[in-house]
Design a protein around this ligand. Structure first.
Ligand SMILES: [Zn+2]
Ligand SMILES: [Zn+2]
Length: 177
């Protein structure tokens, strides 16, 4: 079975990461494990935006790729951006092998609301499956319930499901090296 490895980027909640590793195989036919190493995000910090450049972090992740791993998913608590956008929840290399997700803006606290750990894990799972499916060549889907529908805010993540629609599942390129 294909292996997905999770790489903590900076200080990441270990319980949340473990929860994610346990849930991803419910959605995608993969094994999932957490790597013991940690990637320091500091070199990707932008001093004026006070955010971290996600595309740079994707590049730094390459050195953590291990033989036998199908995909490497970086998970971080820091706020991510790409230059044309205010922020991103995540980014993926189309056709792989690396993807990254941030839970900075998935936390209810980011919107002045009380913490909700179950909701946080649910949102992180959806965004992780979304980015991993991008690495399997999937593009965005118009089915609002499909995990591949695009989300520009946390409320849109809550509207969609954590699974791929049947069409996306068929399209997912499992043959990708
Ligand atoms: Zn997307
Ligand atoms: Zn779909």
């Amino acid at each position: 079975m294909k292996r997905v490895q999770l790489l903590p980027i900076g200080k990441v909640d270990a319980e949340l990461l473990g929860g994610l590793a346990a849930l991803v195989p419910d959605i995608l036919p993969v094994q999932c494990e957490v790597l013991p190493e940690v990637l320091d995000p500091a070199p990707a910090f932008h001093g004026e935006r006070l955010q971290y450049h996600s595309s740079e972090l994707l590049r730094y992740m390459a050195r953590f790729l291990r033989p036998g791993a199908w995909r490497l998913l970086g998970v971080t608590a820091v706020d991510l951006y790409i230059p044309i956008l205010t922020y991103v929840f995540g980014e993926a290399q189309l056709e792989g092998p690396c993807a990254i997700v941030s839970y900075h803006r998935l936390r209810q606290e980011a919107y002045g609301l009380p913490a909700d750990e179950d909701l946080l894990l649910d949102r992180l799972l959806k965004e992780s499956v979304h980015e991993l499916a991008h690495t399997g060549s999937l593009l965005h889907c118009e089915d609002y319930q499909c995990v591949m529908s695009p989300s520009h805010g946390a409320e849109q993540i809550d509207l969609k499901g954590s699974r791929l629609c049947a069409a996306c599942f068929r399209r997912l390129n499992w043959a990708a090296p």
